[in-house]
Design a binder for this molecule. Structure first.
Ligand code: ZN
Length: 266
């Protein structure tokens, strides 16, 4: 069975958590996320946001291997089942993630990485004077489809450099919103299958990276109300027992579960 709420409900909810106007055509914000933000911050709003975007971590992988994501569950307080969009490939899904609209509106409908012109989360943030950063690998969708905006882009060839920069930015405490993309699970999953030993090792790397970021945030951003998330684009499925793929209209590829947490500033 497909999850009920579309990935397009995330963008509006992120804007709600920050107390800013959502992008022009964004779908209504996810009700569970909005209620969670209200509960966490009371009459206040988040003034910091950190979104970690691992690629292709399917809901069924999270369900089947809970020990690999246990540390994420423990550091977050909300799990949001979502249905990604078709075709379930990275630029199409991150296009919907950060615009709040379906692919026919944002315009990326296959595996291509043009700059999205549709009003986005990042444009909504910039209008409110927020300082925003994307940290991602060279030629990844997240490093390309939201270019040409008045924000900071930190693009590196390796995950190690991406994550080191993200840690540095958290410590510098000068951005209001940081989005960090890691494509390591996806790239290995395609080669060895979603449950292959090397893919599972990458999944654990994603968990460890996320936990490191959250622990740094707890220290360096302790005077801020921070909303943070472990939030992927789509899932994946096995092909012929030895490799992996995604892009199809099937539960394995479309069902995902985001994890969100909140820290109230002191
Ligand atoms: Zn992807």
């Amino acid at each position: 069975m497909y999850n009920k709420n579309s990935l397009d409900t995330v963008c509006g909810a992120l804007c709600y958590a920050l107390g800013i106007e959502a992008p022009n055509s964004a779908a209504p914000g996810n009700e569970d996320m909005k209620a969670f933000a209200d509960n966490a911050f009371g009459s206040q709003k988040a003034d910091r946001m950190f979104i970690y975007n691992p690629d292709a971590v399917a809901q069924w992988i999270c369900d089947k291997y809970p020990e690999y994501i246990k540390d994420i569950s423990e550091l977050t307080q909300l799990q949001v089942p979502l249905k990604s969009v078709m075709p379930s490939v990275t630029p199409v899904c991150f296009g919907t993630f950060y615009t709040g609209v379906q692919p026919e509106i944002h315009g990326i409908r296959r595996y291509e990485k043009p700059v999205i012109k549709t009003d986005s989360f990042f444009d909504a943030l910039i209008r409110q004077g927020k300082k925003v950063a994307i940290v991602a690998e060279t030629k990844s969708s997240m490093s390309m489809i939201y270019l040409e905006r008045e924000m900071d882009y930190f693009i590196y060839d390796t995950i190690a450099e991406v994550n080191a920069k993200a840690m540095e930015l958290i410590a510098e405490n000068r951005h209001d919103v940081i989005c960090v993309y890691n494509g390591n699970y996806d790239s290995i999953m395609h080669k060895v299958g979603p449950e292959g030993t090397r893919a599972m090792a990458e999944l654990k790397c994603n968990t460890d990276a996320f936990c490191t970021f959250v622990n740094l945030i707890k220290h360096y951003w302790k005077h801020h109300n921070t909303f943070y998330g472990y939030a992927m684009d789509h899932g994946c499925h096995e092909i012929d027992g030895e490799s992996g793929s995604h892009g199809l209209d099937m539960e394995e590829d479309l069902n995902i579960r985001h994890f969100y947490g909140a820290i109230q500033g002191i």
